[in-house]
Design a protein around this ligand. Structure first.
Ligand code: NAP
Length: 274
């Protein structure tokens, strides 16, 4: 039997997920399909309820449906529950289940390239948008004692910090410069740096300790201005592409019954996409 999976969003044509999952289906010779399906917000509920009848084993949910899926699905994993968004769905005994694999993907990428990130105590998270929720969840799960969250719109940093508990504190962008000499870990979750975005981040990498790990979840370009500055200072850096690749692993395993590998060949395949 051919196993069927999908990614849905609106729009969806930009998604790299079909190429990513298609690469694995080919590599492992699996009898399966993974297709992109554009669904408008008003049709999402109907789409979700028809999945089983259309023979889907599950799929990925992306913008703008992640929060709607969270509200509609009863059986959620702990990450989806806390993050408030679902990016992966599957069926267990005909019951639809929702998970969020972004935090897993973020952590697995760091575990690959800078495993000592788990030993840190103080982190700075730049940004408080949708992706930041998964990042704060992952850093909290890694056992950090203090997570400082800075965002251009301060109220969103306050809300995010309040949602994730007493290890999190909102800080003003203008206060970042004075609060970075004891940081173990810095992550940019804003879109600043993406495709030449001219926005400016408040971090002065020269003022970071020599042991600070710096990562960016933006992966176009692979070396963002933040990572370039950190690399120039000789800091350990990790780019954001691995997060995209690793977040796809749990879904693939659930739908197709095989745990795929993230490796250099997959990175090059996805990097080669226009
Ligand atoms: P989002 O919900 O729209 O949030 C955008 C964030 O960027 C907000 O914190 C926003 O601040 C901030 N921002 C935007 N322009 C800014 C500027 N000029 N100066 C300062 N802050 C600015 O987006 P998202 O879904 O969180 O995604 C954020 C980025 O992460 C995107 O580039 C996305 O491609 C990337 N991403 C990567 C992965 C991966 O797998 N590597 C996964 C998810 C997302 P305000 O609140 O003040 O507007």
């Amino acid at each position: 039997m051919t196993h069927k999976a999908f990614v849905t969003g609106w729009p969806i044509s930009h998604s790299k997920s079909p190429a990513l999952h298609g690469f694995w289906l080919d590599r492992y010779g699996i009898d399966g399909t993974y297709e992109a399906i554009a669904v408008e917000a008003e049709n999402f509920a109907e789409f979700l309820s028809g999945l089983k009848a259309h023979g889907f084993a599950g799929g990925n949910i992306t913008i703008p449906h992640k929060e709607t899926a969270h509200a509609m699905i009863q059986n959620l994993d702990p990450a989806a529950t806390d993050i408030g968004a679902v990016n992966t769905i599957w069926f267990e005994a005909h019951v639809i289940c929702g998970g969020n694999t972004d935090a897993y993907g973020f952590a697995a990428n760091l575990d690959d390239f800078a495993p000592q990130w788990r030993e840190g105590k103080r982190a700075l998270v730049l940004g408080a948008g949708g992706a930041a929720r998964a990042i704060v969840y992952a850093i909290r799960e890694a056992g950090y004692e203090e997570i400082r969250i800075a965002n251009r719109t301060y109220e969103r940093a306050e809300k995010l910090a309040a949602d994730f508990g007493d290890k999190c504190q909102p800080i003003k962008m203008s206060d970042v410069a004075g609060l970075q000499s004891d940081l173990d870990f810095v992550v940019n979750t804003t879109s600043v740096g993406m495709n030449g975005d001219e926005g400016k981040l408040p971090v002065d990498v020269q003022a970071l300790p020599a042991t600070t790990i710096v990562t960016d979840i933006v992966y176009t370009p692979l070396e963002t201005p933040l990572l370039a500055a950190a690399n120039n200072k000789g800091l350990r850096t990790v780019d954001g592409l691995g997060m995209l690749l690793h977040q796809a692993v749990p879904g693939f395993e659930k739908w197709f019954g095989f745990r795929p590998e993230v490796d250099r060949q997959l990175r090059e395949h996805v990097l080669g996409l226009s």
